[in-house]
Design a protein around this ligand. Structure first.
Ligand SMILES: Cc1cc2nc3c(=O)[nH]c(=O)nc-3n(C[C@H](O)[C@H](O)[C@H](O)COP(=O)(O)O)c2cc1C
Length: 356
C-alpha cells in the first residue's frame, strides 16, 4: 500500500480544489529544501535512455509531462521534475492576475475516473510567474509555457494579450503553446476562426526572434474538417506542433452524479477521443508535425497508445490527482517494458507505429 493510497480517502473528503491546493502546498514545501527535493528524486526518479526524446532542440528525459492547468503559476515545477515527469507545461498564463469563475469549479467524477472543471483561467498573471521563474530558476526538465488571454478581452485585445505573455515568458520556455481551446472561458468571439488564428500566429512569429518552438492546443470536440483547417494554418505559419487535446464538453457514457456540472471533462472518458484526434492529425500531416498527446493518459498502456498513434510526447493531469506522486514513475517504467517487448529501441522509434 502506498502512502498516497492511504492519504487519498482523506483528501477526497475535501472539496476538489481545496485538496488540490493542499497537495500543491505540500509539493512547494518539498521542493523548497535541497534534502527534501533530493529525497523526492531518489524515491521517484526513473532514468532510462530508451525513454529520451529529442524534440524542439532539447532533450526530454522521458515523454510523460504534466499538462497545463496543474501548475498555472510555475509554483511547483521543481517538485514535478523530482517526481520523475519528463517536462512540465505551466499556465495557462494570462497578462494580468485573474480570479476565474466562482467556486466550486472543480469536481471529481470518481465512478468515471474523470474530472469536470470550469476554473476559467484563474492565475496570478505573467509578472508574478516571471518573477518566480527568475527567483527559483527553471526546472532541470524542459518547460512549456501555455499562454492565454484575459476573459474580458475583445478579439483585438486578445492578440495583444498573447503577444505580451509571449514576450515576457518565452525566454524561459523550451516551447510555447497558444491555448485557443478552453471550453470554460467566456465566448466573446470565435477564438478558432481562421482570421483570428492567422493574426495570433503572425503576431507571435514577428515577436519570436529566438525561434522558440510555437504550438497550438486544440479541443477534442471539433469536427475533423475544422481540425484539418487549423492544421493548414499551422503549416502555413510553419508552427512547431500541436497539443491534442484540451478538455471536452461531451458527457457521453458518464455515470457519476456530478456529470451534469458545466465545464471541461478530463480523464479516462477522454482517452479514446483524444487518441482519435492524434491519429487523424498524424495521418493528415504524414507524421511531419510533432504532436503532444493529452487526454486520459493514466497508464503505460494509454501513454503507449497515444505514442503509437503519432504523439511524440504525452501529458496528463487527471491521473495525477487519482494516482498521486508515483504516477510518472509507474508509467515510465511500464513504457520502457512495452518498448522492449515490441522491439523498439526508443520512444522515438514507436511514434506513429500504428499509422498505415
Ligand atoms: C483543473 C484543470 C485545469 C486545467 N487548466 C488548463 C489550462 O489552464 N490550460 C490548458 O491548456 N489546459 C488546462 N486543462 C486541461 C489539461 O491540460 C488537459 O488538456 C486535460 O485535462 C486532459 O488531460 P487529462 O485527461 O490527463 O486531465 C486543465 C485541466 C484541469 C483538470
Amino acid at each position: 500500500m502506498t502512502l498516497y493510497s492511504r492519504v487519498r480517502p482523506l483528501a477526497f473528503k475535501l472539496p476538489a480544489e481545496t485538496a488540490h491546493d493542499l497537495g500543491k502546498r505540500t509539493l512547494q514545501a518539498a521542493q523548497s529544501t535541497w534534502p527534501t527535493r533530493t529525497a523526492l528524486s531518489y524515491a521517484y526518479g526513473y532514468d532510462d535512455p530508451a525513454l529520451e526524446v529529442d524534440l524542439f532542440d532539447t532533450t526530454f528525459p522521458n515523454p510523460v509531462g504534466v499538462a497545463a492547468g496543474f501548475d498555472k503559476n510555475a509554483a511547483v515545477t521543481h517538485a514535478l521534475a523530482a517526481l520523475g515527469f519528463g517536462f512540465v507545461e505551466i499556465g495557462t498564463v494570462t497578462p494580468y492576475p485573474q480570479a476565474g469563475n466562482d467556486r466550486p469549479r472543480l469536481f471529481r467524477l470518481r465512478e468515471d475516473e474523470a474530472m469536470i472543471n470550469r476554473m476559467g483561467f484563474n492565475g496570478q498573471g505573467m509578472e508574478r510567474v516571471k518573477a518566480r521563474l527568475e527567483a527559483d530558476g527553471t526546472p532541470d526538465i524542459p518547460l512549456g509555457v501555455n499562454v492565454g488571454k484575459m476573459n474580458s478581452s475583445s478579439e483585438r485585445e486578445a492578440i495583444e494579450d498573447y503577444r505580451r505573455v509571449f514576450d515576457r515568458l518565452s525566454p524561459f520556455a523550451d516551447y510555447v503553446v497558444v491555448n485557443v481551446s478552453c471550453p470554460n472561458t467566456p465566448d466573446e468571439f470565435d477564438e478558432g476562426s481562421p482570421e483570428h488564428l492567422r493574426t495570433i500566429f503572425e503576431t507571435l512569429e514577428a515577436e519570436n526572434d529566438r525561434n522558440v518552438p510555437l504550438l497550438v492546443k486544440i479541443g477534442p470536440d471539433e469536427p475533423e474538417e475544422s481540425v484539418f483547417d487549423l492544421v493548414d494554418i499551422v503549416q502555413e505559419f510553419d508552427l512547431d506542433g500541436i497539443v491534442a487535446t484540451n478538455t471536452s464538453t461531451s458527457r457521453e457514457g458518464l455515470t457519476s452524479p456530478r456529470r451534469e456540472e458545466w465545464g471541461g471533462l478530463s480523464g479516462q472518458p477522454l482517452a479514446d477521443r483524444s487518441t482519435a484526434v492524434i491519429r487523424s492529425l498524424a495521418d493528415y500531416t504524414d507524421g511531419d508535425l510533432p504532436i503532444i498527446g493529452v487526454g486520459g493518459v493514466d497508464s503505460a498502456e494509454s501513454a503507449y497508445e497515444k505514442i503509437r498513434a503519432g504523439a511524440s510526447l504525452v501529458q496528463l493531469y487527471t491521473a495525477f490527482v487519482y494516482q498521486g506522486p508515483s504516477t510518472a514513475t509507474r508509467i515510465n517504467r511500464g513504457l520502457a517494458a512495452l518498448l522492449e517487448r515490441d522491439g523498439f529501441s526508443s520512444v522515438e522509434d514507436a511514434v506513429g507505429a500504428d499509422l498505415e
